[in-house]
Every structure is written in structure tokens, then in C-alpha cells.
Design a protein around this ligand. Structure first.
Ligand code: FE2
Ligand code: FE2
Length: 293
């Protein structure tokens, strides 16, 4: 029986009304953006409908690739945890944070504190630290890294940092001797056209992937459908991005969607089928695309 991994990202849960003193610095711009635009284009009812459709497909595991919230206000973290609990128990849902979850320095660790069990490793000796974590579920090995760092206003870059990359190097070296289907979870895409939104140490991460390989990379951040291919030690590695799980289509930004990956062993190879489901032109959620990776 194939293992089904669901992937959704960037829910940007509705923002509670902030206190005025919380709107200093970067948050002032973020709040302006929310009141002018985002509250219209990120909708809770869209997210709830998408999650209901995903749950109807009974995935074995759910990966959430960050930006659960918006401005990392203290009042945003507990509702985000409650939303995670509606997705499933922490053993069945894996989370990596996005830049909006670590929006400002003051609350950069609140996500780790409130959502810890959703990104804790299996305590098997490798990947036990917060990031990178390693979780084995059926034939799948999930490796989660955090690219979430506070940035100056108008910047949305990500960064893994030397210590996390060194730990990832070690983890991937160990996992390359195991039979699991390795899935790397990261918020930022591995290549970005926009300098202010890029993963600044992407080249170093790509070097690790070329050396050790994984079978699949899942990310969010850009709020668009995306498939990119990167070099691995034995052929190309697909990296898949997905629109925001709460998005109403606007401009070049597509409506909310999520991925289902059906993963199974096929002799010496892996077989991985991607199904994209979401809102097309209409109000209904439907299958948008199917691909063999
Ligand atoms: Fe986002
Ligand atoms: Fe993001």
C-alpha cells in the first residue's frame, strides 16, 4: 500500500487585532499590508474548506511548510497551535516555520515553544535537535529545517546558518545509508528570482543535496505552484512549492491548493505520484494536476 503524504503551506491564519504598542518597526508595515490587502486575500473559510478536502483523502501524514501566522504577535501562536491540532496529532503532522513565524526578534522563539511537538525528532540519535529534525513514518523519512529568521522591513529572506547546515550534513550522510524515501521540508524555495525573498545560503544547501541526495524537497513561501529540479548524486531531485492554503486568487497569485504525494517502493526504485488539489476558476475544490516525479 502506498503511503500518502499531504503538503500544505502558508495558511497565514487570521490576524488578531494588535495592541498599538506592538506595532513598532517591521510590524507597522506588516499591519498596514494586512489591513489593506491580506485580510481580503487570505481567508479562513478557504483554509477550512481546503483542509476538509485534504482530510477526506485520509493522508498518512501532513507536512506544513511554514508561515502559519503573519506578524508573530504573541497572541497569534496559541490559535496557530489550536489550528495544528485540528490537522491531527503531532505524531501525524510535521511543521517547519516560515519567515512570518519569526517576524521580529522579540518573539522569534515563540513558534518553537508553542509548536515544539510538531517539529520534534524521533529521539533515535540522529536529528533529535529542533532543526534539523528527523521523523520516520512508514517508508518516508522527513527531515525538517528552519530557514525562518527575523529580517529588516521589506525583506523576507531565509537562512539556515552554518551550525544547522553542519548538522544537516551529518544527518543526510547517515540517512544516505538507509532505505527510506527522504523528504526535506523547508519554508524557502531553493532558488528564487527575488533577492529580497531568497534563501541566502541556498548554494551551500544545494551542495549538500548534490553530495547526499534526498528524494523530494517540499517548500512554501512564494505562494505559487512550482516544480524545480536540482542535482542529486543519482539524478535530479524534485522540489515542489504550493500556493498559500488560504489564498483567494489575486493578480498572479493562484487560489489555495495542496499536494498529495503517493509514495511506494517499486523494485529498486521509488514511485512518487503528485496530485495537486485546490480551487481552480470556480468555487469547488478539484484535482488541478497530476504528475509522476
Ligand atoms: Fe507566506
Ligand atoms: Fe514566507
Amino acid at each position: 500500500m502506498a503511503f500518502t503524504l499531504a503538503h500544505l503551506s502558508d495558511p497565514h491564519l487570521p490576524l488578531p487585532v494588535p495592541r498599538w504598542r506592538e506595532l513598532a518597526g517591521k510590524r507597522a508595515l506588516g499591519y498596514l499590508n494586512w489591513t489593506r490587502n491580506r485580510h481580503r486575500t487570505q481567508r479562513r473559510e478557504v483554509l477550512d474548506a481546503l483542509v476538509a478536502d485534504m482530510q477526506a483523502h485520509r493522508p498518512d501524514h501532513v507536512a506544513v511548510t511554514g508561515d502559519l501566522i503573519n506578524m508573530a504577535l504573541p497572541a497569534e501562536f496559541v490559535p496557530a497551535r489550536e489550528w495544528l491540532e485540528t490537522l491531527g496529532a503531532s505524531s501525524k503532522v510535521s511543521v517547519v516555520p516560515g519567515n512570518h513565524d519569526a517576524y521580529v526578534r522579540a518573539t522569534r522563539n515563540h513558534g518553537t515553544e508553542n509548536w515544539r511537538d510538531y517539529h520534534s525528532g524521533d529521539s533515535t540519535g540522529i536529528g533529535d535537535a529542533a532543526f534539523p529534525f528527523v521523523r520516520r513514518r512508514g517508508p518516508v523519512t522527513l527531515i525538517g529545517v528552519s530557514s525562518a529568521v527575523p529580517t529588516p522591513p521589506l525583506m523576507a529572506t531565509g537562512w539556515l546558518g552554518q551550525a544547522q547546515r553542519d548538522a544537516l550534513d551529518h544527518v543526510l550522510a547517515q540517512l544516505s545509508t538507509e532505505p527510506g524515501f527522504r523528504v526535506l521540508l523547508i519554508h524557502h524555495p531553493l532558488r528564487s528570482a527575488a533577492r529580497h525573498k531568497r534563501l541566502t545560503d541556498a548554494d551551500a544547501l544545494l551542495t549538500l543535496l548534490r553530495r547526499h541526495g534526498v528524494e523530494l524537497v517540499l517548500h512554501g513561501h512564494d505562494h505559487v505552484h512550482s516544480t524545480m529540479w536540482f542535482d542529486g548524486p543519482r539524478g535530479k531531485i524534485p522540489a515542489i512549492g504550493v500556493p498559500s492554503a488560504s489564498a483567494v486568487a489575486h493578480g498572479h497569485i493562484p487560489a489555495a491548493a495542496y499536494n498529495l504525494f503517493s509514495i511506494e517502493r517499486d523494485g529498486e526504485q521509488w514511485r512518487c505520484e503528485q496530485t495537486v488539489r485546490g480551487f481552480g476558476e470556480g468555487e469547488e475544490i478539484r484535482e488541478l494536476r497530476r504528475a509522476t516525479l
